[in-house]
Write a protein that binds this ligand. Structure first.
Ligand SMILES: [Zn+2]
Length: 294
């Protein structure tokens, strides 16, 4: 792509889904991260896979993925650790039987507790999540290790329900069923790039019974991205913004499509009413209303 080309619609808009004002174009970078997310998910879930065991043996201390995010190792391992750091906010630890050691997983805060507490009493090193409660009463303050008040409070505020029949596990917040998929990973990543247009007010364009090129033209119009002279002049192009047909007004999108005497003649020649009657009170920000009325 020519770096000097003019991009009238921002890339962040173009990559949004079509019902949110974009063109639904997938970005290779996000797609690649979403695909790599499958490997991260396998590391969290599929302990019986051979390649997971291999990487765990080679790179992880006792399988503690969130503890060892140093990007040192093979290119695959570097890619996995980088992906984990991008996606980790989307993963959530779900307590089941509470058999997980409390120190090495980010089960309560975003970091493992061993990263947050310097002096851990040796007598507490084997503590499991379920050990922090005794008959539904949190016993954290009676332990030998001193916990910062923020952590104590977070644990005490946890509405914990130990379910002995379900193992502690990771779930993926980007999918209703809690399972990671490339598609859900991609949309989760994309949601972090969303721009101000987020409501579903764009589907109507793609449902119009017209050629795709016309739909695309309407999409450009609604994004105020038709390269009429006023738009070009606004972008710093050295052109006169005068309408080249009537020379009466600036060639804005509204003028070009609806107000110019030549445009009115074209609309009426095609059997449409005079568009100026539809444009009363309309500015370029709600040009879609005029197109709807046509
Ligand atoms: Zn004109």
């Amino acid at each position: 792509m020519n770096d000097h080309a003019m991009h009238i619609v921002r890339w962040n808009k173009i990559i949004q889904p079509r019902n949110k004002g974009g063109l639904g174009i997938r970005t290779a970078r996000l797609q690649n991260t979403a695909l790599l997310g499958k490997l991260v998910w396998s590391l969290l879930q599929s302990k019986n896979k051979l390649w997971v065991s291999l990487l765990e043996d080679k790179y992880l201390k006792e399988g503690k993925l969130f503890l060892d995010k140093k990007a040192v190792g093979s290119s695959t391992w570097k890619a996995i650790t980088k992906t984990l750091s991008i996606l980790e906010d989307g993963f959530q630890f779900k307590i089941g039987d509470g058999e997980t050691n409390i120190w090495f997983q980010p089960w309560i805060l975003k970091q493992p507790l061993c990263d947050l507490i310097q002096d851990i009493s040796p007598t507490d090193i084997c503590l499991k999540i379920k050990d922090l409660w005794n008959h539904e009463r949190c016993i954290i303050e009676s332990l030998h290790t001193t916990f910062p008040s923020t952590i104590t409070q977070a644990i005490q505020n946890l509405n914990l329900c130990i379910i002995p029949s379900i193992e502690d596990t990771w779930i993926w917040n980007g999918n209703l069923n809690g399972e990671y998929s490339t598609r859900s990973g991609y949309h989760w990543l994309l949601s972090r790039h969303e721009v101000e247009i987020s409501q579903d007010t764009w589907s109507w364009i793609w449902k119009l019974p017209v050629a795709a090129s016309v739909q695309f033209f309407i999409w450009q119009t609604c994004h105020r991205s038709i390269p009429v002279k006023a738009v070009l002049a606004h972008k710093g192009v050295n052109v006169s913004s005068d309408c080249p047909f009537c020379h009466n007004e600036d060639e804005t999108i509204l003028h070009c499509l609806f107000h110019c005497s030549r445009s009115v003649a074209v609309w009426q020649g095609c059997g449409f009413p005079n568009p100026n009657s539809l444009c009363i009170g309309v500015d370029v920000d709600n040009i879609d209303r005029v197109i709807h009325k046509m």
